[in-house]
Design a protein around this ligand. Structure first.
Ligand code: GLA
Length: 639
């Protein structure tokens, strides 16, 4: 921080504390809520008497999920302004053992790849200064003993409920202790706090498991499903959608969309989502962001006509929007060039041919909101895919004074939150899916607004195994956007069987992203079976306990995970043999989460096995013929 005198020292001391029932909301920020569970919050107030600065530390305990949340509220009681230059949300100090650090790294089309490394002396960190939680690093760190596996060992973890710049760091100190911190990245952060003004730092989710990573994962899944996702769809079956992005890219019109919708409805698909390219004069990614009016040259007859026709076919209708952006070639930019984030006198960097709107400004947010609301009122639109396709650069706002420019990154994120809050308040029945160039803004903050998030632009079944493994380490399968697409896959050029693509997609919100009128007949014929499969397993996958059995990322041969119902009476095991091996007949995969005292029948076979045998000896999986082959095993308890 900086005082008027230019000093940065701050000394906070205990002032008072109180324990209250429930959990206060964090103003303007996403945060967990008590839900059905009673919880209590400790508010610890500390003070720097010289500066007259107060810090309220909020701790809420969620006993059932073994989670403590922590956030910080800073209040300036001084008559002089104070500049906050760093407000982390949580800091943990503890004895160091021989710990390892787990983080998630990635890129576009390769999000959330798990990495484990030794924690040596000094500092190691992951962060984002991209204005979003990012493809590259994830606002999550876990530290654990080297022997920690899915099923045993201690693990501590921190996850940040925030969708902008973050910093997460672990330090092994000279005293062989560990210090872990997490919060808003202090790079380019400077927040002016006038008298009696408050700044609230976002929440961190803290958890501990003494039974390995698997227990941590299941606690986080339960926590996010029960205490973070507010949508009425959280515990509902989502419509099976077909999205036209990989089917047509920008080259579509009403006729093409209706042809896709018609065939989709015949095969049991439940919603058509019209992706990028329906507005302004957008036929590629170089124009029209900000001009949210329908391109009637493509959508002949208008949007309402298209939606009505789709509805007549028995399908719901969803739409893509990228509300945070502005193309230089747009009516909006010509009218308001200063609405783009830019530094005066410098030409801002274009990325995907677009600029970012300055959402710190109320008039910009109001414009964006009115545009979305108008579109949604114009037809029966039941789903929105809210995209965000570039990172923030050239950090400057034409509306903020010089001593508030350092607030722009955070004000931007608050602007996004305000917009999405308005949207789901005005349209409570809307199914919202967040997205950012694939999965660059897959974070707990966005879950507060949307029950599902597009996981990655990479729809290849094999790549998805790794991406979905990393994502499911923290997030419930009900939140993970997953679609079946065509082969050769548009991102990696790989061919995989249609059946395997379906089986892998089942571990998420199930959908299609292909031109259903053009795929081979045998693939089309498989769709009704996949639709049936989705309806059969959807409740189990959405609500159940997730167990990671084997990882293709680690063994380079096969992947296996399972979901068990909370009452243990049913389980679904997914096995994918990525690489076939010669002279190899079968392998045993040791299951988890079953009742050892019950017998389980494997549907479609005569086999009945004890839960104890399946967990200790394993399920015998025969070797399959070829690469990227997969099997689902549905286990039903005989009780
Ligand atoms: C992003 C999304 C894609 C698609 C395109 C459209 O990349 O992740 O799914 O919507 O934008 O431009």
């Amino acid at each position: 921080m900086r005082t008027k005198g230019g000093h940065s020292a701050v000394g906070l001391h205990y002032k008072s504390h109180q324990i209250i029932d429930g959990k206060p909301k964090l103003e303007g920020l996403p945060a967990s809520f008590p839900g059905e569970e009673a919880c209590q919050t400790l508010i610890l107030t500390c003070e720097d008497p010289e500066l007259k600065l107060e810090a309220e530390l909020l701790y809420t305990v969620f006993e059932k999920e073994d989670i403590i949340t922590r956030s910080v509220r800073i209040v300036n009681r001084n008559t002089e302004d104070i500049y906050l230059t760093r407000v982390y949300s949580a800091c943990i100090d503890m004895d160091a053992r021989d710990y390892e650090l787990l983080t998630l790294h990635g890129s576009w089309a390769r999000e959330r790849q798990i990495e484990r490394r030794k924690i040596g002396f000094g500092k190691q960190s992951v962060d984002s200064v991209k204005g979003e939680s990012s493809h590259q690093e994830h606002p999550f760190i876990a530290w654990m003993s080297p022997e920690t596996t899915q099923t045993q060992g201690e693990v501590y973890a921190m996850h940040f409920v925030y969708s902008g710049n973050f910093h997460a760091q672990i330090e092994k100190t000279q005293f062989e202790s560990i210090r872990a911190i997490m919060g808003i990245n202090d790079e380019d952060f400077c927040w002016k706090l006038g008298k009696d003004e408050a700044f609230t730092a976002p929440e961190v989710v803290l958890t501990y498991s003494a039974q390995g990573l698997g227990t941590m994962t299941r606690h986080l899944h339960d926590f996010y499903r029960e205490h973070m996702i507010r949508s009425k769809y959280t515990h509902c079956k989502r419509p099976i959608l077909i999205n036209n992005w990989e089917a047509t890219y920008f080259d579509f019109d009403t006729e093409k969309l209706l042809a896709i919708a018609k065939r989709a409805s015949e095969l049991g698909i439940e919603m058509l989502v019209m992706d990028d390219g329906w507005f302004g004069h957008r036929n590629d990614d170089a124009t029209s962001l900000g001009d949210w009016f329908v391109n009637e040259k493509k959508i002949t007859g208008g949007l309402k006509h298209l939606v009505d026709e789709v509805n007549k076919l028995g399908l719901k209708f969803g739409i893509w929007m990228e509300p945070e952006m502005i193309s230089p070639d747009s009516e909006l930019y010509r009218a308001h060039p200063d609405w783009a984030i830019a530094i005066p006198g410098r030409t801002p960097v274009l990325s995907r041919n677009q600029y970012v709107l300055d959402l710190s400004r109320k008039e910009v947010r109001d414009y964006v909101y009115d545009a979305i609301s108008k579109i949604l009122h114009s037809a029966n639109i039941e789903y929105v895919k809210w995209d965000m396709n570039r990172q923030l650069t050239d950090i400057g706002s034409a509306a903020l004074p010089a001593d508030r420019q350092g607030e722009l990154y955070h004000r931007y994120v608050l602007g996004v939150y305000e917009l999405q809050e308005r949207l789901i308040t005005e349209f409570p029945d809307l199914l919202l899916e967040n997205c950012s160039g694939g999965g660059a803004r897959f974070d707990p903050g966005m879950l507060y607004y949307s029950p599902q998030i597009w996981c990655s632009d990479d729809t290849d079944a094999v790549e998805r195994l790794k991406i979905q493994e990393g994502t499911a380490l923290m997030y419930p399968l009900s939140a993970i956007g997953a679609h079946i697409s065509v082969c050769p896959n548009h991102t990696v050029g790989r061919n995989t069987p249609f059946e395997t693509r379906g089986n892998v997609t089942l571990a998420g919100t199930f959908g299609y992203e292909l031109d259903i009128t053009k795929i081979p007949q045998e693939d089309q014929e498989m769709i009704p079976k996949q639709v049936e499969m989705y309806h059969k397993y959807s409740d189990l996958v959405r609500e159940g306990d997730y167990y990671r059995i084997a990882s293709y990322r680690e063994n380079h041969e096969f992947d296996c995970y399972m979901v068990t119902s909370k009452d243990r009476k049913e389980a679904l095991v997914t096995f994918v043999q990525v690489i076939g091996r010669p002279n190899f007949h079968s392998r045993c995969v040791r299951l988890q989460g079953l009742n050892p005292d019950w017998n389980y029948r494997i549907e479609g076979t005569d086999g009945t096995f004890g839960g104890d045998a399946l967990m200790n000896a394993g399920l015998m999986v025969e070797s399959l013929w070829g690469d990227a082959q997969s099997r689902l095993y549905h286990l039903i308890a005989e009780v």
